[in-house]
Design a protein around this ligand. Structure first.
Ligand SMILES: Cc1ncc(COP(=O)(O)O)c(C=O)c1O
Length: 360
């Protein structure tokens, strides 16, 4: 396997890929329902939740849309935290669904602080049905302080639901839905869970489902109440990604066998290795110290490397990393360290980068 240090789609373990080749089952068969049920039950551990987990044939963006469609009553507003490309996208998802949105913003690379969120909530008390926040900003390599921010939202505005995009965090970095008082947390398969793309998972609280009952036009495909009705029968309203559920079934066993704590520690170790190497070689790190992601590092391209040339060099050695995202392309580049990657893989990458930089 040639390691891909890109923030998704990431490498998939051979036995997980292989699981997809099992014969199809009709999704409304007892055999499939048993697999689906077992997946849903075990997936709760990933979210640290006792609530439910919806599993859909979609990528993570589907649940960005589900959050705004289901959790905002007519006349109420959304407060969106934006400090990177994916927070910006989520705000746009809310706006394009016709919702009134206010923003609490921080410069890219700096965290959304509890103080800034408190100020925004206090400026317009009682108007926000939903607060949106990205856990792990894949564009900037920053982990937002979700727990501290959620605490402020729960204290100052108890009726505001909290939805968190952990598309590139969950399974690699800690996010505790119930203990932190979050109402909806979602992820995509192709990032830290190391599944092929096309499957997304979302944990949803009872409070959030209650709210959805007061929202008249929730749409159909991502209607949380419809998803819940079917989940209670170990099923989905529309056809699920059967092969990807087989893969999830195997991958959940692998993840839980490794242990979540060990998995978080492995990701933190790889992040530390990359951070230390970058600083040693004179690269700045884009995200503020104390808020650096465990699953992806964004390096400022201090030495003016041509990232196309760099990747051509790495590809000859069976590796690949990611350019900067959007406006950061060329100015930064990203090393993802998530999913199946091991510290030894990161070591090999850093040796290759040393060679490229003339430090080898
Ligand atoms: C933080 C974050 N949110 C949302 C998305 C969109 O996810 P998807 O492409 O699975 O819809 C991404 C994709 O990179 C992401 O990193």
């Amino acid at each position: 396997m040639s390691p891909m240090f890109v923030p998704g789609p990431v490498d998939v373990a051979p036995e997980v890929a292989q699981a997809q080749t099992k014969p199809m089952l009709p999704h409304r068969s007892p055999e499939f329902e048993a697999i689906f049920h077992a997946c849903e039950q075990r997936a709760r551990a990933l979210f640290f939740t006792q609530y439910r987990v919806f599993i859909t044939a979609s990528s993570g963006t589907g649940f960005q849309e589900a959050a705004v469609r289901n959790l905002v009553r007519p006349g109420q507003r959304v407060l969106a935290a934006v400090n990177g490309a994916f927070g910006k996208r989520w705000r746009e998802v809310a706006q394009t669904n016709g919702l009134p949105v206010d923003t609490v913003e921080a410069p890219w690379g700096q965290p959304i602080t509890p103080e800034a969120v408190a100020q925004a909530l206090e400026a317009q008390p009682g108007v926000y049905d939903l607060f949106l926040m990205v856990h792990n900003e894949t564009s900037t390599g920053l982990e937002n302080p979700v727990q501290a921010v959620a605490q402020v939202v729960r204290e100052l505005s108890p009726d505001t639901l909290i939805a968190v995009d952990s598309v590139s965090g969950l399974g690699g970095a800690r996010i505790e839905m119930d203990a932190w008082g979050l109402d909806m947390v979602f992820t995509s398969g192709q990032k830290a869970l190391a599944l092929p793309p096309g499957i997304a998972l979302a944990a949803v609280s009872d409070r959030a489902l209650e709210r959805a009952k007061a929202v008249p036009h929730r749409g159909w495909y991502f209607d949380l109440l419809r998803l819940e009705k079917h989940r209670l029968k170990d099923s989905t309203p529309a056809t699920p990604p059967v092969s990807l559920i087989y893969a999830l079934d195997v991958q959940l066993d692998r993840i839980l066998a490794e242990g979540l704590e060990a998995r978080f520690a492995r990701h933190a170790t790889m992040a530390r290795m990359v951070h230390e190497w970058a600083l040693r070689r004179g690269f700045d790190l884009f995200a503020q110290e104390g808020y650096r992601s465990k699953t992806v590092t964004t390096l400022v391209n201090t030495h003016g490397w041509d990232i196309g040339q760099l990747n051509a060099f790495l590809l000859e050695r069976g590796m690949r990393l990611a350019n900067g995202y959007g406006p950061l392309k060329g100015k930064t580049f990203r090393i993802a360290h998530m999913g199946e990657l091991q510290p030894a893989d990161v070591e090999a990458l850093l040796r290759a980068l040393d060679e490229f930089g003339g430090w080898g």
